[in-house]
Write a protein that binds this ligand. Structure first.
Ligand code: 13P
Length: 253
């Protein structure tokens, strides 16, 4: 059985006051039963990690970062390493988010190296993959998602799975209000699981694959009800406590 996860990617949003209010409101809405069946993660910006981690420490919520540098330490001005994230209390780190691929030069290869660096330092990577609108229209969605996964397999020999997670985030559905239909999302999740079977049967069976892209309380239950969708990576709606709680509730089996 794969335990569902709902993860909030705050992106570049929030401050300490907002984080304090949000975490306490989410915590109030998380019953013991809900928190037992669904793993809940928040991924604030770097500068809020430590304070948010302290707020989460007596709640069931776990802490993740949105990115990391591949080096351990040294002359890399402005970067943050895996050991620093661990030191702040992070257990998870998102790698290869499409915004980093499109805006900050994270190539397939670099995403693979980041995945390896995170795992070697004891963080659990959440590896994002997904096609653009243009790629979907050209009919190359499967090639793009497979290529992105292959780069991670080749840098890590695949041995980060099934501990690491995959997040399928179609770029055209992120922040646009357009969501992949349940059938569109399930099709790609099944493809990802099939690719994971190249690594091992265990990787295919046990790796959690999250869906991300305009997940809202209204569409969460239908998406999470698909056989290969094991929860969600939530952007905008994770900044609203009630929406986030409703989405977490939708992941409870
Ligand atoms: P939205 O939920 O705002 O579409 O963002 C999805 C996302 O990019 C999560 O990483």
């Amino acid at each position: 059985m794969r335990r569902p996860m709902v993860a909030g990617n705050w992106k570049m949003n929030g401050n300490r006051e907002m984080a304090g209010n949000l975490i306490s409101e989410i915590d109030r809405g998380l019953s013991v039963e809900l928190a037992t069946s669904v793993e809940v993660l928040v991924c604030p910006p770097y500068v809020l990690l430590e304070s948010t981690g302290a707020l989460c420490s007596d709640t069931p919520m776990k802490l993740g970062a949105q990115n990391l540098d591949i080096h351990e330490s040294g002359a890399f001005t402005g970067e943050i390493s895996g050991p620093m994230l661990l030191d702040c209390g992070c257990e998870y780190v998102i790698v290869g988010h499409s915004e980093r691929r499109a805006l900050f030069g994270d190539t397939d290869e670099l995403v693979g190296i980041k995945t390896r660096a995170a795992f070697e330092k004891g963080l659990v990577p959440i590896v994002c993959v997904g096609e653009t609108q243009e790629e979907r229209e050209k009919g190359v969605m499967a090639n793009v998602v497979s290529r992105q996964l292959e780069a991670v397999f080749s840098e890590t020999q695949g041995n980060v799975f099934p501990k690491a997670l995959v997040a399928y985030e179609p770029v055209w559905a992120i922040g646009t209000g357009l969501t992949a239909s349940e059938a569109q999302a399930q099709e790609v999740h099944a493809l990802i699981r099939e690719r994971l079977s190249q690594v091992s049967a265990e990787a295919a069976d046990s790796t959690r694959i999250l869906y991300g892209g305009s997940v809202k309380p209204e569409n969460a239950e239908g998406l999470f009800g698909q056989p290969d969708i094991d929860g969600g990576l939530i952007g905008g709606a994770s900044l609203h406590a009630q929406d986030f709680i409703d989405i977490i509730s939708a992941a409870k089996s």
